[in-house]
Design a protein around this ligand. Structure first.
Ligand code: MG
Length: 391
């Protein structure tokens, strides 16, 4: 019988001494998880890899002390799909969450995400398919286009910041083949931020190609002031103007804005998304949802979020998961989402795609490697090899 024989986790430091309006990323790390099966292909156990959301912290305590022991102690037959060939992510989710109370969706949501996403990678490898194809199959999604619209996220505040440096950075993304961008706001005063926005629009060629992200920094009054000052510029979207759980703030902005609003990257659960839909004033066809499976219990929960959005009249084209990396690229392709982001040059070794992925005209095509193709990402290779040594 197929079974999970071992689960390993290592904490990998995030590379990037950059700052948004709220945090500096240099102290962050990420949990890279290996779920090892007893199925042998080409002389090695088939192994799935996953990691939690970048821009936060590794979750070694919750994984090693609570979730991994629960999964390994479970009856292996209870973790399999009906055909007994694949591992059922929803069943593994339930076992890993045994004795956890409802609510309090904090760090455990990203701990479970790393583990659950590794199970999706494992299943796709057992099926010998790229993850996007496996995800589409499991969810009955017809993939309209494999090329995923992708924007380059950057425009952070650096200690030696300047408009020329920002323009140089965005020009570099243009040269790589990106045609849409996102920059940070809220880390400087309004006048400086407006200068930064104008400098970015100059390189992008149009306001519609530049989104701005305040990372939850503003109160309602400041958010409205920024909104009013930016409104003539026809920007792509205004992301996380205020605290991610301040749905009343979103609602107030949603009533007056002409600019799309974006949020969701700091919602940890289906229930958070329900509350955003109930109270945040988000508009069908206009606003952007950025929930990230790596932060919110994994893909099983993300798929439930999607159906909640659709029940509320939203559509998948409004979804751009946070986190510019291979896992979310495959999720965006396999679920027909609006697109995903990319962080060229920052947030290694996780951020960015592999050389096997094609980028042209602002669209990225995942490779045909089985699973999420993390093994093809050169910067991740040493860490995957470290996990393989433990296997
Ligand atoms: Mg953001």
């Amino acid at each position: 019988m197929h079974r999970i024989s071992r689960i390993h986790e290592i904490s990998v430091p995030l590379e990037g001494d950059v700052t948004n309006a709220v945090v500096n990323f240099s102290a962050h790390d990420v949990s890279l998880v290996a779920v090892v099966s007893n199925v042998i292909k080409q002389g090695r156990p088939v192994t799935g890899y996953g990691f939690n959301s970048i821009g936060r912290f590794a979750q070694r305590g919750i994984l090693h002390e609570r979730m991994i022991p629960r999964v390994l102690a479970a009856d292996p037959a209870l973790l399999l799909t009906e055909d007994e060939v694949f591992f059922d992510p929803a069943l593994i989710f339930s076992v890993a969450m045994e004795n956890e109370k409802p609510g309090g969706h904090g760090d455990r949501a990203s701990a479970l995400a790393a583990l659950e996403l590794a199970v999706w990678d494992l299943n796709a490898k057992l099926a010998d398919e790229p993850a996007w194809s496996w995800i589409a199959k499991c969810t009955g999604t017809r993939v309209d286009q494999l090329e995923v619209p992708t924007y380059a996220a950057g425009g952070y505040y650096y200690s030696t910041d300047s408009l020329a440096r920002l323009q140089q950075e965005l020009q570099g993304y243009r040269d790589l083949g990106f045609d849409a961008f996102k920059i940070k706001i809220g880390g400087a005063n309004l006048d400086t931020d407006l200068e930064r926005i104008d400098a970015a629009v100059e390189i992008a060629g149009a306001g519609e190609r530049v989104a701005v992200d305040a990372n939850g920094r503003f109160n309602t009054e400041t958010a409205i002031k920024y909104l009013e000052s930016m409104s003539a510029r026809s920007l792509r979207w205004f992301e996380e103007p205020g605290d991610p759980l301040d749905f009343e703030l979103m609602n107030q902005l949603a009533q007056i804005t002409r600019m799309p609003l974006a949020t969701g990257e700091n919602l940890f659960s289906l229930q958070d998304v329900r509350n955003l839909l109930r109270y945040g004033g988000m508009k069908p066809g206009r606003d952007i949802f950025q929930m990230d499976a790596g932060l919110s219990y994994g893909l099983t929960e993300y798929i439930k979020m999607l159906s909640e959005l659709e029940s509320a009249g939203m559509n998948r084209a409004q979804c751009f998961p946070h986190g510019g990396h291979l896992i979310n690229l495959h999720i965006a392709a396999g679920l027909n989402l609006g697109g995903c982001e990319a962080y060229p040059g920052v947030f290694g070794p996780f951020g960015g795609f592999s050389p096997a992925c094609e980028l042209s005209d602002g669209k990225v095509t995942p490779s045909e490697a089985p699973g999420f193709g993390l093994e093809q990402k050169l910067e991740l290779k040493p860490y995957i090899e470290k996990l393989q040594e433990a296997i």
